[in-house]
Design a protein around this ligand. Structure first.
Ligand code: DAH
Length: 336
C-alpha cells in the first residue's frame, strides 16, 4: 500500500458516500449504512485506518490527516441525514390536503324489495314462511294445475316466452301454490315472492318482467272469513290502521269465489284518495287442491297475488314503473 493508493481509496469513499447517505430512507437504513462505512470493527474507514502502519513513517502523518478529514466529513453528512429522517418520522405520513376526495357510494335496498320485505314482516307475524319456485316453469304448473282450461280466454293475459324444451317463463307466482302443496302437508301458510314474465309493452304501468308476491293458506275448515280478516289486517298494517278496505268480485280460474282487495288511499298523484286495487284473491278452487293431490273435501284455503311494484308506486307516489328498472342512482338514493 502506497500513500497514493490510500489517497485514492479515500477519494473513492468521499465520492460515493453522499449519494448512499441520501438514499438511506429510514433510520434503520441509516444505521446500517453508517455501520458499513464508519463501523468501529469493519467499517470502510476503519479498514483504511488499519492500513496506515504499512506506510513509510514520513507518509503516515499526511495519510492520517487525510483519513481523519474524511471521517469528519462523513460523520457530518450522517448527522445531517439523521436530522432529516427524524423530522420526517415525527411528522407522520404525508397528507395532500388538496387531493380531491373519492366519492363513497352507499347502496340501498331497491323500493320493490323494500315493499316485499315489509309485507313479508307483516305475514311472518301471522305464521307465514317464504316459499320459492322456478322461473322456467312447465305449462302444467303454470296453467293446467291451476285450472286454466285449454285455450281459455283467461290465458290471453298470460302470453309469455315459450322455451325449447316445452317449458314457459312463468306468468305468475301461483304455480308455487301447487309445488308447495305437493311437498308439504297442510297446514300450509306461505308467501312466495318472485319474478314473472308476460307479453306486455314496457310503458308507465306495465313491464314484461316484474315481481309478484303470492300468498297461500291451506288447512281444514278455512273459510272466506279467514281470507277477509287476514287481508284486511294486512292492508291496515301496511297502509295505516284507519285505511278503509273492500273486496270486489273478480275472476280467476284457480279461485272460487274470486275477488280483488281495494284500499281507499291517496297515492299522491294529485287526484286525491280513491279506491286502489292492491291484489287478486279468493278461495282456492277445489280443482287446484286435487291437482296437488289433496282431498278437497277435507282441506280448503285462500290465496292472493299482488304486484309489489304497483304497491311500491302507490306507497312512494311513483307514476312510472320504468323508474324501477333504470338503475338510476339519483332515483334509488331517495330510498336509502
Ligand atoms: N296469479 C294472478 C295473476 O297473476 C294473481 C292472483 C289472483 C293470485 C288471485 C292468487 C289469487 O293467488 O288468489 O294475475
Amino acid at each position: 500500500m502506497t500513500l497514493h493508493e490510500l489517497q485514492q481509496a479515500c477519494a473513492a469513499l468521499r465520492d460515493e458516500a453522499p449519494a448512499r447517505i441520501a438514499a438511506a430512507d429510514s433510520l434503520d437504513a441509516w444505521h446500517e449504512l453508517r455501520n458499513t462505512l464508519l463501523g468501529r470493527k469493519s467499517g470502510r474507514l476503519t479498514e483504511l485506518m488499519a492500513l496506515l502502519p504499512q506506510l513509510a513513517k514520513e507518509e503516515r502523518r499526511e495519510a492520517g490527516a487525510a483519513v481523519n478529514a474524511l471521517k469528519q466529513t462523513l460523520e457530518a453528512a450522517f448527522d445531517a441525514r439523521k436530522g432529516e429522517l427524524e423530522a420526517t418520522a415525527s411528522r407522520g405520513p404525508t397528507l395532500d390536503l388538496t387531493m380531491p376526495s373519492r366519492a363513497s357510494w352507499r347502496g340501498a335496498v331497491h323500493p320493490v324489495s323494500l315493499v316485499i320485505d315489509e309485507i313479508g314482516d307483516i305475514f311472518r307475524e301471522l305464521g307465514f314462511t317464504v316459499a320459492l319456485g322456478p322461473e322456467a316453469e312447465s305449462p302444467w304448473y303454470n296453467f293446467t294445475a291451476l285450472n286454466f282450461p285449454d285455450n281459455h280466454p283467461a290465458m290471453d293475459m298470460h302470453d309469455t316466452l315459450y322455451l325449447k324444451d316445452g317449458g314457459v317463463l312463468r306468468t305468475h307466482t301461483s304455480p308455487v301454490q301447487v309445488r308447495t302443496l305437493q311437498s308439504y302437508a297442510p297446514p300450509v301458510r306461505i308467501l312466495a315472492p318472485g319474478n314473472v314474465y308476460r307479453r306486455d309493452f314496457f310503458d308507465a304501468t306495465h313491464a314484461p318482467a316484474f315481481a309478484q308476491l303470492e300468498g297461500l293458506a291451506i288447512d281444514e275448515g278455512i273459510t272466506f272469513a279467514d281470507l277477509k280478516a287476514t287481508l284486511a289486517h294486512f292492508a291496515r298494517a301496511f297502509y295505516g290502521q284507519r285505511t278503509p278496505t273492500r273486496l270486489v268480485p273478480s275472476y280467476f280460474p284457480f279461485t272460487e269465489p274470486s275477488g280483488q282487495m281495494e284500499v281507499f288511499f291517496d297515492v299522491g298523484d294529485g287526484r286525491g284518495a280513491r279506491w286502489i286495487e292492491i291484489m287478486g284473491c279468493g278461495l282456492v278452487h277445489p280443482a287446484v287442491l286435487e291437482s296437488a293431490g289433496l282431498d278437497s273435501e277435507r282441506y280448503s284455503g285462500w290465496a292472493f297475488g299482488m304486484g309489489p311494484a304497483r304497491i311500491a308506486m302507490s306507497r312512494f307516489s311513483i307514476t312510472d314503473i320504468r323508474l324501477f328498472y333504470d338503475s338510476d342512482v339519483r332515483f334509488l338514493e331517495q330510498f336509502a
